[in-house]
Design a protein around this ligand. Structure first.
Ligand code: SF4
Length: 300
């Protein structure tokens, strides 16, 4: 590694919603030192965060083939924590019936979207929700009682439905994709009302990557977990910004086979990526050295 120029794309580190979820999990452990604590799915989408929580004796259960409602059947005692992505309201009731104490680490922006959709359903709207199938945030919305249509791509837009139609989206989608789908829906349903729910943390990270198109960048490293939607969207936006090479990395270990010289390397990271992991990557590009991972640093 020699003579590389590094662009640390701002912002880096956890967003407010992720910090809040981690704070809640730590606080629950502190206040209930002896109880069994289980997180229903990944608290946030990063496996190193999950690993760090397990060192506090906080277990995570997950199964991509089960809904959160089904997954709750696997917890029989102690405390359950709902993740940052929100849950269907019936989960509280089910947890109570099972005698579990429930704590909610949902991000307020996710809850806000859920509340808006519930209000619109009560008012008689049909809801188009742009999101990812089986993503927990989307699942907590498209499983609500009432006519909610999940739209992942243009072909999913239902045709010939009666107005009123309300259109909204998952908080971590690509701003460009949402603009595109909103335009398509508007053509089919001119009277539809729209509410763009992309959160600020997602928006500013995407805008920062998009702005790289004005600079000479040889490659973009996107640091984050493959299951993190906002991380994946950063890679997608990087490609749209015409950056010639995009590399996704969870940790510095994913980069050890590379040796770059005289390159301009931009580094961005998802909202659930620990700053510590991104820092290790920056250090590797600067010095060529890989320090061993210290899991206790991941949550800081
Ligand atoms: S990415 Fe946005 S919606 Fe998701 S936890 Fe962070 S602030 Fe909340």
């Amino acid at each position: 590694m020699k003579n590389n120029k590094i662009i640390e794309v701002d912002p880096q580190g956890f967003c407010g919603g992720v910090m809040n979820a981690i704070r809640i999990a730590k606080q629950v452990r502190k206040e209930h030192p002896k109880e069994r604590i289980t997180i229903l799915g990944n608290l946030v989408h990063n496996q190193y965060v999950k690993l760090a929580l397990s060192t506090l004796n906080i277990e995570t259960i997950d199964d991509k083939n089960k809904t959160r409602f089904q997954l709750l059947d696997d917890i029989d005692e102690g405390i359950v924590i709902f993740t940052a992505h929100g849950v269907h309201p019936s989960l509280y009731h089910k947890a109570k019936e099972k005698g579990l104490k429930a704590f909610d680490a949902s991000c307020r922006f996710v809850l806000q979207t859920q509340q808006i959709v519930q209000e619109k359903l009560k008012e008689g709207y049909t809801v188009f929700y742009i999101g990812k199938n089986k993503h927990p945030e989307a699942e907590s919305i498209y499983t609500l009682n009432g006519p909610v249509f999940l739209i992942e791509k243009e072909e999913d837009i239902p045709l010939d439905l009666k107005e009123p139609i309300f259109v909204t989206n998952q908080t971590t989608m690509s701003t460009l994709d949402i603009d595109h789908l909103f335009r398509k829906i508007k053509k089919l349903y001119p009277e539809a009302s729209f509410n763009n729910e992309i959160c600020n943390a997602t928006r500013v990270r995407q805008e920062a990557v998009l702005n790289l198109k004005n600079q000479k960048v040889d490659l973009l490293i996107v640091v984050g977990d493959p299951t993190s939607n906002n991380t994946n969207q950063l890679a997608h936006i990087g490609a749209l910004a015409n950056i010639p090479v995009i590399i996704k990395a969870e940790t510095v270990k994913d980069l050890e086979s590379y040796d770059w010289n005289n390159q301009t390397i931009a580094i961005t990271s998802g909202a659930s990526t620990p700053k510590y992991l991104t820092g290790q990557i920056i250090n590797y590009i600067k010095t060529g050295t890989i320090h061993p991972l210290k899991i206790e640093n991941v949550l800081s």
